[in-house]
Design a protein around this ligand. Sequence first.
Ligand SMILES: Cc1ncc(COP(=O)(O)O)c(C=O)c1O
Length: 376
Amino acid sequence: MNLFDVYSLFDITPVKAQNCYVWDDQGNKYLDLYGGHAVISVGHSHPHYVDRISSQLNNIGFYSNSVQNPMQQELADKLGQLSGMDDYQLFLCNSGAEANENALKLASFHTGRSKIVAFERGFHGRTSGAVAITDNPKIVAPFNESHDIQIVPWQDIDAVEKSLSGNTVAAVIIEGIQGIGGIHIPSNEFLVELHRVCKKYNTLLILDEIQSGYGRSGQFFAFQYSDIRPDIVTMAKGMGNGFPIGGVLISPEIKAAKGMLGTTFGGNYLACAAGLAVLEIIQQEGLLEKVNKSGKYLLSKLSVIPDIKEVRGVGLMVAIEKNENIALIRKELLLKNYIFTGVSGTCTMRLLPPMTLDESHIDYFISSLEASVDSG
Ligand SMILES: Cc1ncc(COP(=O)(O)O)c(C=O)c1O
């Protein structure tokens, strides 16, 4: 049987990984500044993470959501403590798109409305509602087009208010930091205004923190750089450090009803063990402080490299934009210097490394980048 051929692949076969490094089947060692697409938060194969999941598997790996599972509450408590959002409620699922899909559904249940407003350049996943609110017509099938959505220009508060004024919009969704769109950070002023107009028209505000969440920005959630409290926050990626888990944080005003949301796998024992291990490591190793420190170091080093059009980002979520196609530089970094990086469009490199990245990793990347910018 053939695999359904939807991914463009590098000819590299990773077989082992440790902290910020990945080894391929030829024995080459790569510095991972991509984090497996913003997923590796506490470092590859962290011993506490491996231990938590493997010992859990030796006890019980799975049962359904029809019995008590105290690990879900343990995870909710720890998440509430570390994120400062202890008064919110947690719904557990399996991926980013699923978290957004549930958030949209919840907003619709709560308001009795169906329309969703999202932003240009945004990405929210590939399930039915999530892909409909993603600003990329190439991945929206006719089946997904029936949703009632409006995509408005980035940070255009007048356009948002105009679309909300008919009192038909269930929710506005915005990424804490636009990831796939190329690392664009909404300003505090804009988020405060957005929050205000949402309240004015009884529309819920959903923060998609699937890529920007879990400490990557230097705050637990990127929106916490601003003065707002969203109605719903979605998360996935770094939440399980590679174990599939997603979640929806739901404000106390939104009431649950039995059967309103559900999933077979969401919140299973292994996912909870992974999620708890991640939070414990973030806390024990002071990873938010570490991200702040190394993020500042990275940005300061990047700011003096010539021939770069713009560097954007905060913490360890950083874009490097050139005036020309970035593909050759990324290829050289990968094949000559053994560094994984991410991309956005044609001219922007994205860095989404594990939060455990330190200055020596950054120094190696900077000297490699300088050399490839010179030769490019
Ligand atoms: C901001 C954002 N939302 C949602 C998603 C979808 O997550 P998943 O691929 O886990 O469904 C992504 C994935 O890249 C993302 O970056």
